[in-house]
Design a protein around this ligand. Structure first.
Ligand SMILES: O=c1ccn([C@@H]2O[C@H](COP(=O)(O)O)[C@@H](O)[C@H]2O)c(=O)[nH]1
Length: 273
């Protein structure tokens, strides 16, 4: 099954547009996992088990693993996801961007080494820096368009022929780059008006939408701006708000994560119709 089909099936089977982000920060781990040799993988596996029936995708952020030289634990997490939850898409958030020959190695890393269903890429170097990922026709290529951070406006809002640059990116990907129907775009939940603009340009193309939860994006505005006519079309990511949900009483970290993931999934679903 290719990425888009798998995503459609996960939206339906879990009745969810929630993407659970895996950004493991050992400083915020429960004490028993901080010094554990496989603590990062154990933490992520517990979060995955606690939220797999509530999520349409999981998104490990490679920087949190690579910064600690913990690529082996990223591998463990990806293998675990694929073995236990093969129906949930695995998105590797790597935001790669480089010349074609190097891009091919990044694509091998994402798709062959980690077995990701999709990877995030940076379009700044143009089509020949993105095309190598498309050789894996059954995988998703998720292109940065209008990112959730304030500084994204420095370049993405530049006026290019009467329209902001991010709208050109949306149109370019939808009309030219998406030859195999495998592309998606990153658009931040912190900018619902721009999210609506992108949706109008790209039709039903899936959007990866970070920025709710810790970044404060408004769930109602996000869903109303980005949903497709059938009330889907988005992987709305939340990482820290779920991973480090404040325990209440005796609640452990995974139970707290499940509680917040369920609240978030339900809040999203309220606005899909
Ligand atoms: O525009 C973007 C693109 C990617 N991200 C990533 O999403 C998560 C957000 O984490 P939160 O804890 O929910 O804020 C993180 O991995 C970012 O690298 C983004 O935030 N904005």
């Amino acid at each position: 099954m290719n990425f888009i089909d798998k995503l459609n099936a996960a939206w339906r089977s879990n009745d969810s547009l929630l993407c659970v982000g895996l950004d493991p920060d050992i400083e915020r781990f429960p004490a028993h996992l901080r010094d554990h040799p496989e603590g990062i993988a154990e933490f992520c596996k517990a979060i995955i088990d606690a939220t797999a029936d509530l999520a349409c995708s999981f998104k490990p952020q490679i920087a949190y693993f690579a910064a600690l030289g913990a690529e082996d634990q990223l591998q463990t997490v990806c293998d675990y996801l694929k073995q236990r939850y093969p129906h949930i898409p695995l998105i590797l958030d790597a935001k790669r961007g480089d010349i074609g020959a190097t891009a091919r190695q990044y694509a091998r890393e994402a798709f062959d080494r980690y077995g990701a269903d999709a990877v995030t890429v940076n379009p700044y170097m143009g089509f020949d820096s993105v095309e190598p990922y498309m050789a894996w026709a059954d995988r998703g290529v998720i292109v940065l368009c209008r990112t959730s951070n304030a500084g994204g406006s420095d370049l993405q809002f530049l006026d290019v022929g009467g329209r902001p640059l991010y709208q050109h990116v949306a149109q370019l990907v939808a009309e030219k780059w998406n030859r195999n129907g495998q592309c998606a775009l990153v658009v931040g939940a912190t900018f619902p008006e721009e999210l609506a603009q992108v949706r109008a340009i790209v039709g039903d193309m899936p959007l990866l939408v970070p920025g709710i939860g810790a970044q404060g994006g408004d769930i109602a505005a996000t869903v109303r701006s980005g949903r497709t006519v059938n009330g889907a079309g988005m992987m709305i990511n939340s990482s820290r708000a779920i991973l480090y949900a404040q325990p209440q009483g005796d609640e452990d970290f995974a139970a707290a994560a499940r509680r917040v993931a369920m609240e978030t999934r339900d809040a999203i679903n309220q606005h899909r119709a």
